[in-house]
Design a protein around this ligand. Structure first.
Ligand code: UP5
Ligand code: MG
Length: 198
């Protein structure tokens, strides 16, 4: 049943590594569906539901939102796409960013489901900082400022790197040097997505 086993590839990497940018290219060029956990959280915050204030508090502090909220939003978005027809390939961007995120995912999608491949966007910190502060001029994101950014880096190192290591030990990580220019990074991503291309 494709509903139970959507085809998922995770995309992880530091803040500003280019995850969203490359997922959009993969959507336009190869028809992948892009689900950004951060975008889903920001949309939920904007909608002003019961979790809106909590989401804003976590995002501004660069902390990881409780996984039940995030995985619920991902699942809902995925189901809406599947119900609208077909079982497309999904790029899940910015998730799982902690061990807790990963266990929350397995609780919802089933521990027996295949472990997704993870594209890991490697990029040196100074480049990340430069990109985020460049984007800060127009992004309107409440976490695109020096203070929030420092906190996002700490969370990334302390909580996200351990889950990347777990996937690496399982042989599930494809490394992408995302410090290069957009065209080069896209060539690497396209190559990494080849197993799913028809
Ligand atoms: N750019 C992109 N590629 C480039 C290239 N090759 N060369 C030069 N410039 C390049 O890109 C960032 C900027 O760099 C852009 O200006 C772009 O044009 C340029 P982008 O594609 O936006 O990078 P991305 O990796 O998507 O950066 P983002 O800031 O979105 O990453 P984060 O991981 O920090 O943000 P996210 O939205 O995933 O999460 C935000 C917050 O939400 C988290 O801190 C957390 O509080 C919360 N969150 C959760 O709690 N749980 C989740 O599961 C997800 C998020
Ligand atoms: Mg993004």
């Amino acid at each position: 049943d494709p509903r139970l086993a959507p085809n998922v590839v995770f995309v992880l990497g530091g803040p500003g590594a280019g995850k969203g940018t490359m997922c959009e290219v993969a959507m336009n060029q190869l028809g992948w569906r892009h689900l950004s956990a951060g975008d889903l959280l920001r949309a939920e915050r904007k909608a002003g539901g019961a979790d809106a204030a909590l989401i804003e508090e976590y995002i501004e502090a660069g902390k990881i939102v409780p996984v039940t909220i995030t995985v619920g939003l991902i699942k809902k978005a995925m189901n809406a796409i599947i119900e609208a027809g077909g079982a497309p390939n999904f790029l899940v961007d910015g998730f799982p960013r902690s061990l807790e995120n990963w266990s929350g995912w397995r609780e919802v999608f089933g521990a027996a489901a295949a472990v997704p491949t993870m594209l890991f966007f490697e990029c040196p910190l100074p480049v990340l900082e430069q990109r985020i502060l460049g984007r800060a001029k127009y992004s309107g994101r409440s976490d695109d400022n020096v203070e929030s950014l420092r906190k996002r880096f700490v969370t990334y190192k302390e909580e996200t790197m351990p889950i990347v290591d777990v996937f690496r030990k399982e042989g599930k990580v494809v490394d992408v040097d995302s410090s290069r220019d957009r065209q080069d990074v896209w060539a690497l991503v396209k190559e990494a997505l080849k197993p799913w291309s028809t």
